[in-house]
Design a protein around this ligand. Structure first.
Ligand SMILES: Cc1cc2nc3c(=O)[nH]c(=O)nc-3n(C[C@H](O)[C@H](O)[C@H](O)COP(=O)(O)OP(=O)(O)OC[C@H]3O[C@@H](n4cnc5c(N)ncnc54)[C@H](O)[C@@H]3O)c2cc1C
Length: 377
């Protein structure tokens, strides 16, 4: 039975970027992925360009659009435009391409990947992990990285993240053409979706459209409203089916590591509870996961606890404010829109949030105070 330094469960964005970071450090890595290669992932692909620093390869081939403007609408009217001036700080990448670039480079570095294989059992065997798959194959490793996404089964098994995970409901569709969205702009549409919003992010020749609800378990079952939103982006005729997905969102400070095991990305409940941003925390957590495992394997530390501390400090603190903003904003969306979007300083702040230059923590106290005082009047 072959042994590995690290086995990663899940070969999505978090799994492949963790594999790449670890392989660059010279470790033997096996990725176990339950699906075959997919040519569509329901992710709109919006990411801060500053995240390139967490990826050890050039990802330019996956960039489909460099965003110059952010458009905001309230029920398809009231066009507010934020200008992301200077170097484009926000990109739209094609997720299938990005994941593949990361995996291809990992494979070149010696990472192994087993596809269409499901992990069914994990046990401890003489201080190592023994992983059994649904084809009865067993693999041994020193460390396990849980990267099995929002429907993670293994995060719960190892008691990583919140005991009761919270989910955003989403539906998404990719349509040919850009409708009425300019090629260098993204649009956020508020007012139609109760407890959430809709977004339209342009690829080179198609548009990623998503609808999401973030509080009160809001549902997205009203087809008429969904169609109205999609039409507002400039599409009259669309016969494709919407794809529904639950996204595990940040829900408090929790330990996301155990003894020689840790969780990354959606499995660790890191997704932004206000805007559904999950690429950034996936890349950040993958980067630090590899750093912390490396420190352990090279004898500098004797546990992984600092992984949880780093992620809680570098991401969780901002998300705690993101969650508070979401709870107020989506409960009082019209007021939220008036106060959060239509203010003179809003475009600049929005640009800073999207580019990762500012965190929710930086802006939240002022925003919440404003929202609470106005919504109680
Ligand atoms: C509609 C929608 C739009 C989004 N748009 C954006 C956006 O524009 N910007 C942004 O930053 N974020 C966005 N996100 C969030 C982002 O897509 C996620 O946060 C990101 O995909 C998380 O990556 P991951 O690798 O952790 O999980 P995933 O990409 O879900 O990967 C998990 C992998 O694990 C595999 N797996 C699951 N269980 C097992 C198992 N038992 N054994 C083996 N393999 C397993 C799965 O097949 C999958 O490949 C969006 C999400 C949705 C749903």
């Amino acid at each position: 039975m072959k042994g590995f330094d690290i086995i990663i469960i899940g070969g999505g964005l978090s799994g492949s970027s963790t594999a790449l970071n670890l392989s660059k450090k010279g470790y033997s890595v096996l990725v176990i992925e339950k699906e075959k290669i997919q040519n569509y992932k329901s992710c709109a692909g919006g990411m801060a360009s500053s995240m390139q620093k967490f990826i050890p390869i050039d990802i330019h081939d996956s960039i489909e659009s460099r965003i110059k403007n952010v458009e905001f609408r309230w029920k398809a009217s009231d066009n507010v435009i934020a200008d992301l001036s200077g170097e484009s700080p926000f990109w739209i990448i094609k997720r299938e391409k990005l994941d593949q670039l990361l995996l291809d480079e990992s494979l070149r570095n010696g990472v192994q990947i087993k596809r269409q294989l499901l992990v069914v059992k994990i046990t401890k065997l003489n201080d190592k992990w023994e992983i059994t798959c649904d084809n009865k194959m067993k693999y041994i490793s020193e460390f396990i990285v849980i990267a099995d996404g929002s429907q993670s089964k293994w995060a719960k098994y190892f008691n990583l993240g919140p005991k009761k995970p919270k989910f955003a409901n989403t539906v998404s569709i990719r349509l040919k053409g850009l409708g009425e969205i300019p090629k260098n702009a993204v649009r956020f549409e508020f007012g139609f979706i109760k407890y959430g919003f809709a977004w339209a992010f342009p690829l080179k020749e198609s548009l990623n459209i998503g609808l999401g609800t973030f509080i009160n378990n809001g549902l997205l079952e009203d087809q008429d409203i969904n169609n109205q939103v999609i039409r507002s982006f400039g599409f009259d005729d669309f016969s494709h089916k919407l794809i529904s997905k639950k996204l595990r969102i940040w829900n408090g400070f929790h330990s996301i590591n155990g003894e020689k095991v840790l969780a990354v990305g959606d499995a660790a409940s890191l997704c932004d509870p206000f805007l559904a941003e999950g690429i950034r925390p996936s890349l950040i957590s993958s980067f630090y996961a590899a750093e912390c495992i490396d420190q352990y394997l090279s004898g500098k530390v004797d546990d992984l606890n600092h992984y949880t501390t780093i992620i809680n400090n570098s991401w969780g603190r901002s998300m705690a404010w993101g969650r508070r903003i979401a709870q107020v904003f989506y409960r009082f969306p019209r007021t939220g829109y008036q106060l959060g979007i239509k203010r003179k300083t809003a475009p600049k702040r929005i640009a800073q949030i999207l580019s990762g230059e500012m965190s929710y923590e930086d802006i939240a106290k002022r925003v919440i105070r404003r929202l609470l005082t106005k919504s109680m009047i």
